[in-house]
Design a binder for this molecule. Structure first.
Ligand SMILES: Cc1cc2nc3c(=O)[nH]c(=O)nc-3n(C[C@H](O)[C@H](O)[C@H](O)COP(=O)(O)OP(=O)(O)OC[C@H]3O[C@@H](n4cnc5c(N)ncnc54)[C@H](O)[C@@H]3O)c2cc1C
Length: 377
């Protein structure tokens, strides 16, 4: 007996795919096709796990604020522990970065201006010449990304949703109102596909004969190093330079994650860190912080995939952006795809169902046209 054709196939089981699939599975038959055996293997499992309101352009900030309520009050049983925990963000500026700091201050909300001495009360190892002034967002939080991702997947499965792993999509064609999808795990079909394939989203569009959007995966590197003794760094805020040349963040066990905040264009794949970027991260850190890095304990790189205007793409493909295409974009989340996932999933589900925008998204003042794929046509 052949299986029922799902209402929707989601391509990609990272945070984008899992969150929208979970939303839709309330009343639709949804299938996730994931190329890897583990759905968090790519960008979702490689992030800095931060919820930072003053990050990204205006639409990103609106999507972040529209996601806050979900993070603070997830549905009952979604996760065993809170999804957010205190962290804070400190943006530091040396004398020659004060203009960049002023720009961030004027665009920001909830930021406190602090002087060099106050900044060093928060992060005592900061070198005096690295911080003439700083901005502090006390309300920035760490996200438990694994709990968020698992929470969505668990809720999805509970509602009858199915994930097929090791199912790399290799061919897509439209026939008789259905998408027919060939994967390494067999053939699947559905009237609607959601393209949540992260760095591969343009490749998926190309397979489906849908106009691509010029998405660019940008590689970002991270290293883990030993922090100052006695776990002194555990309470430090994430600290980054106003010119976005690097940042560092406490990790469990008194360790620190350091990133050179690199944005190197790359191709979709299992990216690995470059030795030069690792060296740059260590160098920036030691210029700003009075702590010697003796050993790099671990390093990784991940892709942050951006549309040309650095704003995500959410909506139906096609000139009219209507449902007739059956091809829905949920891509281009850049460096913000975790902190904006709840709002983007709720928004996508509403657009697919043809319902009113979710209340949190409406309250944020987001202009949907800013996210629409037809802005590039
Ligand atoms: C170093 C770093 C730090 C970051 N820090 C933050 C942060 O602090 N806060 C924040 O909000 N965001 C952060 N991000 C960004 C965030 O990680 C991404 O925006 C987010 O994970 C994107 O999710 P995704 O589901 O779109 O992509 P992915 O997690 O990459 O998922 C896409 C999935 O699609 C699958 N796929 C691809 N092609 C196919 C195919 N042909 N067939 C089937 N499946 C396919 C892939 O296997 C993959 O699992 C950071 C990213 C990096 C790299």
């Amino acid at each position: 007996m052949s299986e029922a054709v799902p209402d929707v196939i989601v391509i990609g089981g990272g945070i984008a795919g899992a969150s929208v699939a979970s939303k839709l599975s309330r009343d639709q038959n949804v299938l996730i096709l994931e190329a890897e055996s583990q759905p968090g293997y790519h960008s979702t499992g490689r992030s800095a796990a931060l919820f930072f309101q003053n990050y990204g352009n205006a639409p990103i900030r609106k999507l972040t604020s529209a996601s806050r309520r979900f993070f603070e009050q997830p549905p009952d049983g979604f996760a065993e522990h809170p999804l957010l925990s205190p962290r804070g963000v400190l943006i530091i500026a040396s004398e020659d970065q004060l203009d960049a700091l002023a720009e961030q201050e004027s665009a920001g909300v909830g930021l406190q201006r602090v002087d060099g001495r106050e900044a060093r009360e928060l992060v005592p190892q900061l070198r005096a010449d690295a911080v003439a002034a700083a901005l502090y967002e006390p309300d920035a939080r760490d996200i438990d990304v694994n709990a968020l991702h698992l929470g969505y997947i668990r809720a999805f499965r509970k509602r009858g949703g199915r994930i097929v792993g090791d199912a790399r999509v290799e061919q897509i064609r439209r026939r008789h109102g259905l998408w027919e999808i060939e994967t390494r795990a067999g053939r699947f079909s559905a009237p609607i596909i959601i393209n949540a394939a992260g760095a591969w989203a343009d490749a998926i569009a190309q397979m489906a004969g849908v106009p691509t959007l010029g998405l660019t995966p940008l590689r970002r590197t991270a290293i883990i190093v030993e922090g100052p003794s006695e776990r002194a760094a555990e309470r430090w805020p994430l600290t980054g330079a106003a010119d976005e040349s690097f940042y560092f963040k406490p990790e469990s066990g008194g360790k620190l994650m350091v990133s050179p905040a690199d944005e190197t264009p790359d191709v979709p794949g299992d990216v690995q860190p470059d030795e030069l970027d690792i060296a740059i991260a260590a160098d920036h850190f030691m210029r700003a912080v009075d702590h010697e890095i003796r050993r790099i304990e671990h390093s990784w790189a991940g892709l942050r995939t951006f549309a040309p205007d650095r704003t995500p793409v959410v909506g139906w493909s096609g000139e009219q952006g209507d449902a007739a295409s059956g091809f829905f974009w949920l891509a281009g989340q850049g460096g913000y795809g975790i902190q904006t996932a709840p709002a983007m999933a709720a928004l996508s589900a509403a657009l697919i169902r043809g319902e009113a925008l979710p209340a949190d998204v409406q309250a944020s003042g987001l202009d949907l046209a800013a996210l629409s794929p037809d802005r590039f046509l």
